[in-house]
Each structure stands twice: as structure tokens, then as C-alpha cells.
Design a protein around this ligand. Structure first.
Ligand code: NAD
Length: 448
């Protein structure tokens, strides 16, 4: 791989894949992106926790060779020229296969510029780029850009967004029995509404498309409509569902539920369900049983050692996850359903602050915090690093370093149930001790 600015890491070895199997040395090189806003604070705590767990779990025989790579504000400082997602960064993830990142600023409004320091979006002055931010005075103003997170997922073809959601003992939650929810959501990451094919109302392209659909297919669409295209393919669906079933088999999970809206959208959402069953029956015949087979052949009694493949309509899934959460385990979803369900599940067990995430492709994975850059807390050593820490746990599991992953999970749970927490949880718990980000990280290490 050619790099413009990045230097080769001084020690450690590359992670390799041979015949789908991961090979990890005792000193794997793992690139990290600190992230914008609160990124450096939560990354620092996360790194300390991961390093301490690895050291303890393997008596100092293993150690991650961290390799700093750049995106967002960090990249702007290092690479200049508005280069906020350098090729170097993409190449490093491709070469070293497993990486972890903090949150990155994403402009959401309609303004022309954004400050990478405080996320304030703003218009140009007389058509020119503002010299400094109207809110924080920083000089890190860039033209608006599309989400770097989406860019990373698309350019690296990280097609499965994986979000485990479970309750951690002690976390205040809005439902009576939060411990009953323990799911892992595999959400398709590259198509459906994420393909980003949209035409603004009254634009020439929208008018052309409306005319084309009327002329060729005799379909009437209101003239003042914006139009979005929702492609869902066999390729995209099957590779995602394959990941979900593989995960269920490898981790002894009882079921995989295909979540869709096939009653309304037959050839996209409904097809996702059909292709899922087709894949399960053709590639995993001995390991799975469908819900239909369960009732037709086994009178509803689940045979031992099989994974149940079932499907649910998306709206019903929301009800079921609240009313009968323990009947669900692995969920496989097209993009938009998964987006809603991930956040709803996370809220059910006490909020997004603790929800980890990973974007996984073929022989490549990027682990990340699921919340944003919370710019008002930048540099205050205040926020909760749990989302990134638990993403680190997922990363260790992906490496096969389960002993270190378990140490962190248990210590994190102990820390929270002892009521030693950051401000966001402290204000919801009675008699809790409020810790800074760094102190919370240290407490987890003490509790290992
Ligand atoms: P946000 O998640 O950054 O913050 C919203 C609020 O949630 C914060 O003000 C804070 O009160 C709370 N919060 C977030 N993370 C927390 C933590 N770790 N501990 C305690 N409290 C926390 O959402 P936002 O304000 O809508 O977005 C800010 C920026 O982040 C935007 O540019 C947005 O596009 C971007 N963003 C990035 C990602 C990502 O990189 N994956 C995800 C979401 C948003």
C-alpha cells in the first residue's frame, strides 16, 4: 500500500485472513481514529481500558500495536486542503483489516460550511468561506460534506452494521424488565434508503422521472413530489443475512428473525424475507429450522442444536421487542428498519450512551461509538465512554481475544452497578458518584 503521510507502524504485525479465518499475532497493528468533539476524551479512556484488560488477561504476553490514522478535524490539521477523509486512512484500514473510531462531525443542515471544532453550520460571507467560526472562533471551517461515517462504510464496503443491545445491571431504564432484552441487530449498510438516490421536488430530474414513470409504466406520481429510490438486492440481502446466521451458529444463539415490511413492499422488503429463507435452507440446511417447519414437523418443540429462522413485519417487531423481548435474539434487517429498531432497543435498556456498534464487511471491520461528537462537551473530560469501550469489547471478540473482552464487560457492569458513573447516568441514579470520563475509565481498570 502507498501512503502519502502515514508512516509504517514501528512494531506489531498485520492481521491476516486465511480461508475466511482470522489470524491475529500477539501484537496486532490496529488503526484508530480518535474522532471529533468528545472523541479524544472517550478514546483515551477506551484505550486505557482495552490495554489494561489485554495485559491482565494474557499476563503481558499480548499487546495491541495502536496505529493513529486521521479523519475529520485531525485529518484537516494533518493533511490540509479540506482533506477530511484521506486515502491514507482508507488504505490503512484496508491493509490492517480491523480498526476502531470515535464519532465524526456530520453536517445535517442546509448551510454551505461547517466548523469541525464545534460542529456549527454556517453560510458563507458574500459567497466566500468564513475566516473563522461564528460560534467558537476556530479556523477549522470546511465546505459542507457528506457523512464521513457513511463514506467509510461505502468506500470499504462494510455492509453489515452490527449493534448488540443488552441491559447492564444498574443502568436506569424506562421499562420494568430491561434484562429481558438481549439482541444483536445486523442491519444492511449499503442499500435501501442508504443508497442515497433522491431527487428534490420540482427539480428537473424529479420531473423527468415522474414523466418517465407515467409514459413507460402508466404510474401517477403527484407533480410536486420529491422522489427517493429504494433498491434492495439479492446480493446485498444474502450477504447480510449470511453474516447474521453465521453469528447465530457460532455464538449458540437460538434464532434469527428477518425483519421486513413485505406486506406493503413485496419486491424489496418482502423479497428480503424470501431471499433470507432461501439462503438459510440452501446454505445452512443442517443447522437451521424455519418457523413453519417447527410447527409442521415438530409441533412447536424446538429441536436441540438448531437455529430457528423466523420473520416478523417491522411494526409488529417494535411491539414484540417491548412485550416479549426474550423471544428475540439475532435480528437481520434492511437498512431503514434496522436504523429505527437499533435506537428503539438501545433506549429500552437505558439509552444510546451505552450502545456499541461495528461495521463489518468481508475480512474487514470498523468498530465505533454509536453516538455523535457532543460538541458542547469537547475537552471537558465529562462524557460517558461506555459506547466506545463496549465497541472495543466487540473488537476483542472479533479478534478472538474473549478473555480480555469478558474482563472489560464484567468490570464495566460492576462499575455501573456500584454507582460510579459519568454525569449522564449519575443524574438518573440515587446516591451515585459522578466521575469524569478518565476517572470512569480508571475505575473500570480497578474493577477488573
Ligand atoms: P450527539 O450524539 O453528539 O449528542 C447529543 C447529546 O447526547 C449530547 O449533547 C449529550 O447530551 C448526549 N451524549 C452524546 N454522547 C454522549 C456520551 N458519550 N456521554 C454522555 N452524553 C452523551 O448528537 P448530535 O448533537 O445530534 O450530533 C453532534 C455531531 O455528531 C453532528 O455533527 C452529528 O452529525 C455527528 N454524529 C456523528 C455520529 C458518528 O460519528 N457515528 C453519530 C451521530 C451524530
Amino acid at each position: 500500500m502507498e501512503y502519502k503521510i502515514l508512516k509504517k507502524p514501528e512494531y506489531g504485525q498485520k492481521i491476516e485472513f486465511k480461508n475466511e479465518k482470522i489470524f491475529v499475532s500477539d501484537n496486532p497493528i490496529i488503526p484508530f481514529i480518535e474522532g471529533d468533539g468528545i472523541g479524544p476524551d472517550i478514546w483515551s479512556a477506551t484505550k486505557n481500558v482495552i490495554d489494561a484488560a489485554v495485559k491482565k488477561a494474557y499476563d503481558g504476553k499480548k499487546e495491541i500495536a495502536w496505529y493513529k490514522i486521521y479523519a475529520g478535524l485531525d485529518a484537516l490539521n494533518k493533511y490540509g486542503n479540506d482533506n477530511i477523509l484521506p486515502e491514507d486512512t482508507l488504505n490503512a484500514i484496508k491493509e490492517y483489516k480491523v480498526a476502531i473510531k470515535g464519532p465524526l462531525t456530520t453536517p445535517v443542515g442546509k448551510f454551505d460550511y461547517v466548523c469541525l471544532k464545534c460542529s456549527k453550520e454556517q453560510d458563507g460571507i458574500d459567497g466566500n468561506r468564513p475566516k473563522k467560526c461564528i460560534k467558537c472562533g476556530a479556523k477549522f471551517i470546511t465546505p459542507r460534506f457528506r457523512s464521513l461515517n457513511v463514506g467509510l462504510r461505502q468506500k470499504l464496503d462494510l455492509y453489515a452494521c452490527v449493534r448488540p443491545v443488552r441491559w447492564f445491571n444498574g443502568v436506569p431504564a424506562p421499562v420494568k424488565k430491561p434484562e429481558k432484552l438481549d439482541v444483536i441487530i445486523f442491519r444492511e449498510n449499503t442499500e435501501d434508503v442508504y443508497s442515497g438516490i433522491e431527487f428534490q421536488e420540482n427539480s428537473n430530474d424529479a420531473k423527468k422521472l415522474i414523466g418517465f414513470l407515467k409514459e413507460k409504466f402508466n404510474k401517477d406520481i403527484r407533480k410536486d413530489s420529491g422522489i427517493g429510490i429504494k433498491p434492495i438486492s439479492i446480493t446485498g440481502s444474502k450477504r447480510l443475512i449470511r453474516k447474521a446466521i453465521d453469528y447465530a451458529i457460532q455464538n449458540n444463539k437460538p434464532s434469527v428473525t428477518l425483519v421486513h415490511k413485505g406486506n406493503i413492499m413485496k419486491f424489496t422488503e418482502g423479497a428480503f424475507r424470501d431471499w433470507g429463507y432461501e439462503l438459510a435452507k440452501s446454505e445452512y440446511r443442517d443447522e437451521i429450522i424455519t418457523e413453519q417447519e417447527l410447527w409442521d414437523e415438530y409441533d412447536g418443540n424446538m429441536p436441540k442444536g438448531k437455529v430457528l429462522i423466523k420473520d416478523r413485519i417491522a411494526d409488529q417487531t417494535f411491539q414484540q421487542l417491548l412485550l416479549r423481548p426474550d423471544e428475540y435474539s439475532v435480528l437481520a434487517t434492511p437498512n431503514l428498519n434496522g436504523d429505527y429498531i437499533s435506537d428503539a432497543c438501545a433506549a429500552q435498556v437505558g439509552g444510546l450512551g451505552l450502545a456499541p456498534g461495528a461495521n463489518i464487511g468481508d475480512k474487514m471491520a470498523l468498530f465505533e461509538a454509536t453516538h455523535g461528537t457532543a460538541p458542547k462537551y469537547t475537552g471537558m473530560d465529562k462524557v460517558n465512554p461506555s459506547s466506545l469501550i463496549i465497541s472495543g469489547v466487540m473488537m476483542l471478540q472479533y479478534l478472538g481475544w474473549n478473555e480480555a473482552a469478558d474482563l472489560i464487560e464484567l468490570a464495566l457492569e460492576k462499575t455501573i452497578s456500584n454507582k460510579s458513573v459519568t454525569y449522564d447516568l449519575e443524574r438518573q441514579m440515587e446516591g451515585a458518584t459522578k466521575l469524569k470520563t478518565s476517572e470512569f475509565g480508571k475505575k473500570i481498570v480497578e474493577n477488573m
